[in-house]
Design a protein around this ligand. Sequence first.
Ligand SMILES: NC(=O)c1ccc[n+]([C@@H]2O[C@H](COP(=O)([O-])OP(=O)(O)OC[C@H]3O[C@@H](n4cnc5c(N)ncnc54)[C@H](OP(=O)(O)O)[C@@H]3O)[C@@H](O)[C@H]2O)c1
Length: 260
Amino acid sequence: MDLQLDGRKAIVTGGSKGLGRAIADELAREGAHVAICSRDHEEVTSAGKELEEHGGKVFAQAADVTDPEQVKEFVAASADALGGVDILVNNAGRAHPGTFQTLTDENWKEDLDVKLFSMIRCSREALPYLKKSGGGRIININAVQGKSPDPKFFATTTDRAACLAFTKALALELAPDNVLVNSVNIGFVVTPQWKNIHQLRAPELSEEEFFTNLGEAEVPLGRMGDPGEVSGIVAFLASARSSYITGASIDVAGGMGRYI
Ligand SMILES: NC(=O)c1ccc[n+]([C@@H]2O[C@H](COP(=O)([O-])OP(=O)(O)OC[C@H]3O[C@@H](n4cnc5c(N)ncnc54)[C@H](OP(=O)(O)O)[C@@H]3O)[C@@H](O)[C@H]2O)c1
């Protein structure tokens, strides 16, 4: 399938590692020009250098998606560097595990800020470019818990449901501009953030034991996913081949999410 991504200009937030890195790689391999951000300057610069090996334009900058000024500056600089923006992948985020009884107001505010408000801010700044693109795409990386509540991830459950509502409402608002907005809902995919959760929850187990046990216990397919199993659907949604899909919510979760 020719995704026709050659020369398209994409921003991937949180593109230095994990899912964002795999998505940026996939888009660059398909011929897109790619801009990435994350907070760690060294990591994002080094990821940018590796992305250049695919041959397209690359722009990498340290920017915190919880800071409105940094978002504004990053999106404008990305558009300058790439020559516009056709695709925005709102991926930056992190897990804030905790139950209702352990989460503080501060935890809730931080979680909302990095998940929902980052999507709001980045979409707002990218919108003028996406409208001009004449086939703009926003892909929100979300979590299956937004539809399938899990009290162990209480803030994720609540805030990701808001991200789903945001996706749907934005898809409706932007449909007349042919800017398509979709959500990809992740289950358990092995990334650096899960390596941190392993250290917090069960440092006595090896990484392999921890991930194997978790995959067998929680995921119908019996294993955790790999970032490369997420990036393909994101590239498809970013492409010309998804031209009649908007407001969709697609699980990449190995069968997690027990709803119809
Ligand atoms: N992996 C999963 O199983 C899973 C499940 C459900 C949802 N998700 C969602 O998928 C997205 C990617 O997760 P991941 O597993 O790939 O996580 P990860 O391995 O921790 O990578 C997260 C990326 O986002 C960046 N980031 C975090 N906070 C940021 C901020 N405030 N501003 C800018 N960049 C920031 C990180 O770099 P810095 O730390 O240097 O900023 C990194 O590049 C997240 O939104 C996450 O909630 C993942």
